[in-house]
Design a protein around this ligand. Structure first.
Ligand code: KG4
Ligand code: ZN
Length: 337
């Protein structure tokens, strides 16, 4: 089975082709980051318009890279939500038109399901079931994954997502949007232990997260201070430590509670090197193994959507789903236009 995957939920246009026997055949991505940087965040209308411009050229490149045409394609998968509604509608409209013209099934994919399954693009691919930590710009969730489509939310952030906390703190430190990776690079030069930032929600049981207080603590710590290069690096380091400690402890609890032997890490923050090292250690200490998609499969991409579409089609799915800005993971897709 061979699928095209189309991702347009936010500020990356991704088009990929996945083959169930041979793996990923093509993976094309256009990032809009430079376009949005001047505004300090994603401008939804600009995002939608840019997806329109990029999709067709990226599809042509992907088909050429994979050396395939419509005859060898079995379906077209696209991100149906959650995300920016205008951006989603562009991708859904494009994918469904292509599927209609080529007389193939179209399959709408939940963006977070795409992230959850991204580790399956790697070798060796982890088997179901597993515990997933999803840490992206919009979500921080611990999910019990029993099988494809069987997802149980164990805990999530009550306010800011981990990636959002990285981005907002990066902004306070004068780094360009989205600052997660730049903050991590700055933190590598920082000395730990200069600032005492809170580890939210560690003092009580449960698998919920809260990161908005952490960002406020950074703001307070910076107030009235001369910001030397070393101080900025120290703040970045202590902030990153606070996030990593919190995520690691919640993963430890969730591994204990579920008894899972596999921990899958997904989403943009999953690209963080020190987080990966720490979660590998936590998994090992709890009789489990951690799996990480390579960094380019952690952030938004078409490959994870092509793979999810392939698995969904193999499992008998094939109904086109309407684009939805809000779509809780585990809830059935909304069919129709
Ligand atoms: O999964 P993603 O590409 O988009 C969403 O679906 O939200 O995640 C983007 C987020 C941004 O907040 C970005 O700053 C963060 O992932 N990020 C990182 C790193 N690379 C990307 N955060 C921490 N360390 C990194 N190395
Ligand atoms: Zn994402």
């Amino acid at each position: 089975m061979r699928t095209i995957g189309i991702e347009t939920s936010c500020d990356e246009t991704g088009v990929a082709i996945y083959d169930s026997g041979r793996g990923l055949l093509a993976n094309r991505l256009h990032s809009q980051v430079a376009m949005h940087q001047a505004y300090g965040g994603v401008v939804p209308e600009l995002a939608s318009r840019d997806h329109i411009r990029r999709l067709l050229p990226l599809l042509k490149e992907a088909l050429a890279e994979a050396r395939c045409d419509e005859d060898s394609i079995d379906g077209v998968a696209y991100t149906a939500g959650p995300g920016l509604i205008g951006a989603l509608i562009v991708g859904a409209g494009f994918a469904r038109s292509l599927a209609y013209a080529w007389r193939k099934p179209a399959v709408g994919i939940h963006h977070l399901e795409g992230h959850l399954l991204a580790a399956l693009l790697e070798h060796p691919a982890p088997d179901f079931p597993f515990l997933a930590l999803l840490v992206s710009g919009g979500h921080t969730q611990l999910i019990d994954v029993a099988a494809l489509g069987r997802y149980r939310l164990l805990g999530e952030s009550l306010d800011d997502a981990a990636g959002e906390a990285f981005d907002k703190t990066a902004k306070l430190l004068g780094l360009a949007y989205p600052g997660g990776a730049a903050l991590a690079a700055l933190a590598a030069r920082g000395r730990g232990g200069s600032f005492q930032f809170p580890r939210p929600m560690l003092d009580r049981p449960g698998l919920e997260f809260s990161f908005s207080g952490l960002k406020t603590a950074v703001r307070v710590a910076l107030r009235g201070r001369e910001l030397s290069a070393q101080t900025r690096a120290d703040v970045a380091r202590d902030f990153e430590d606070a996030i990593i400690d919190t995520l690691a402890e919640k993963c430890r609890r969730a591994l204990r509670a579920t008894g899972h032997r596999r921990l899958i890490v997904a989403g943009g923050v999953g690209a963080n090197t020190r987080l990966r090292q720490r979660l590998s250690a936590v998994a090992g200490a709890n009789g489990a193994q951690a799996y990480f998609p390579r960094p380019e499969y952690c952030t938004d991409n078409g490959a994870m959507i092509a793979l999810a579409g392939c698995l969904r089609l193999q499992a008998g799915a094939g109904a086109a789903a309407a684009a939805r800005a809000n779509w809780p993971l585990g809830e059935e897709a909304t069919t129709g236009a």
